[in-house]
Design a protein around this ligand. Structure first.
Ligand SMILES: [Fe+2]
Length: 304
């Protein structure tokens, strides 16, 4: 069967247009998502949490930097950064400067694999099929992750990479547990294992990659709310179908947004917010039907 030349030309033009849109327009079309989560004790005042993730910053991304710089006007009570903040050895200072006044607020962070290992040139479609084994093959960190961590801890943010801690935000006493990135086998849940403090106003679990087995442990220890990133919301979505991949064990339907963990079961199970993140690898510089995002999570008292 002969395919008319005109049909081929139209298909090629549509493909080129979608590619240009994904690389130039949507990748820089940042959006703020808002959710209310009924997770606080009765009578508690609402708490505004700004959840940032997967910025993958390179110093030349001026639109991204200026959008992050504007986020302090949201007046959050707490900032949570679930990792993959940098994608260039010179990105730490621009990242910290863009956070600016947000660093003066209570904050919590974990690292993602990209904070330790520099992005490597690869087929841009590798995002769709890279396996954890490929990511795990690298062993010697070549990124300034320590400088990044020192910048946030110097400002008073809590490092919960395989650690527990306590944060006061608003009027709330928050018990926090976190793990390093399980995507590269750096999570050590056993170091934080045990029931989360039932006397705290909120028990918050923080992790980069939303691996179900790790989240099972947080949920089993009584954490009320889990915050994760890593998935980029799939990065490429098909309208009507959603994310093609999550690059970890979580199912496609929970690739981003507000859900519960486990996905089904006890009505009191943990809340889960997966951030679709703000960036992409410099070697896969596109997003389609999956705008780069930050989220404001307004925590309110439990219903009933
Ligand atoms: Fe990422």
């Amino acid at each position: 069967m002969r395919v008319p030349l005109r049909a081929l030309a139209l298909t090629a033009a549509a493909g080129a247009g979608a590619g240009a849109y994904a690389c130039v327009v949507e990748r820089n079309w940042f959006t703020l998502r808002r959710y209310e989560i009924p997770v606080l004790p009765a009578g508690a005042a609402p708490l505004r949490v700004l959840h940032l993730s997967d910025v993958h910053l390179t110093p030349g991304r001026h639109r991204l930097l200026s959008w992050i710089r504007s986020l302090h006007t949201l007046d959050p009570d707490l900032v949570v950064n679930t990792g993959d903040s940098i994608a260039h050895t010179q990105a730490v200072q621009p990242f910290l400067e863009a956070l600016g006044p947000l660093l003066e607020r209570p904050g919590i962070f974990v690292f993602g694999s990209n904070d330790l290992y520099s992005p490597i040139p690869k087929n841009p479609l590798g995002y769709l099929y890279e396996t954890p084994d490929q990511a795990r093959r690298r062993h010697i960190p070549d990124m300034p992750w320590a400088e990044l961590g020192e910048g946030m801890t110097a400002a008073g943010w809590l490092d919960v990479n395989n650690q527990r801690g306590r944060v006061k935000a608003g009027e709330l006493d928050i018990a926090v547990g976190g793990v390093h990135d399980s995507h590269i086998d750096k999570d050590r849940y056993e170091e934080i294992a045990g029931p989360a403090d039932p006397t705290a106003d909120l028990r918050l679990g923080v992790l980069h990659s939303p691996e179900p087995q790790v989240m099972d442990r947080f949920a089993g220890d009584g954490y009320d709310l889990l915050l994760a990133g890593h998935t980029h919301g799939g990065q490429v979505n098909l309208p009507g179908y959603g994310a093609l991949v999550t690059n970890c064990g979580i199912d496609r339907r929970r690739a981003r947004g507000l859900h519960r963990h486990p996905a089904q079961g006890d009505p009191d199970r943990s809340w889960l917010h997966v951030s679709g993140g703000l960036g992409t690898s410099p070697w896969a510089p596109f997003r389609f039907a999956c705008r780069p995002e930050a989220s404001v999570l307004t925590l309110i008292p439990r219903i009933g």
